[in-house]
Design a protein. Sequence first.
Length: 232
Amino acid sequence: MRFATFKKLVSLSKEDICRELFLENREKIKVKKEGVAVKNLVKIFDAALAISNRKGFTAMSLRELSAEAGLSMGALYTYFSSKDELLDMMQTQGRTVIMKVLTDQIEGIEDQRLKLRRAIETHLYLSEVMQHWFYFAYMETKNLKKDEQKKAIEAELFTEKVFSDVIDKGISAGLFAPVDRELTAAVIKAMLQDWYLKRWKYRGRKVTVENYGQYLMDFVESYLLPAEDRAT
């Protein structure tokens, strides 16, 4: 699938993400007009991601966030009560979006080879659409409270389990060699992370997200193919 096709198919925008977040947190957010709330949440999240990617979320002050977002301190507090709550909102909503899109995109695919390729491609393209969030989520997990760190770890293991389950079914169907499915899934996840954590490396080599996706899918499949298929 082309990246442009994926973006149209998934139709994932900052506004969509913030609207979902608003609906999930209606009781906490004091602004009740959806349009206003979504618009300002986009400003807040954009500002928080920009500052965090420059200096880290922990080092960011709410006064800096206020200036970057173009909102007063009082306005910020109508959306969250503390930096910890803001961090939790950002992490939770991003994880929810990823799990939903990944699950939706592979649902109903019976061919395990195709299903694995779609899962890898979806994760990669999501990290391109939400690049700043993916980088932020990876870098800031260490700053989460223990219960939130547990949720972040569970979310990472969820995506690994998606890959692992597909590989397991592919092995049972004779499509894949009998490899260590959990270790293979972990390595796939690490290669996907390399794309959004080390963009400079691929940008310098003029590697597009589609180039990287095709290479990664071919690389993984060539490892998983049974020996007799590799020989041919």
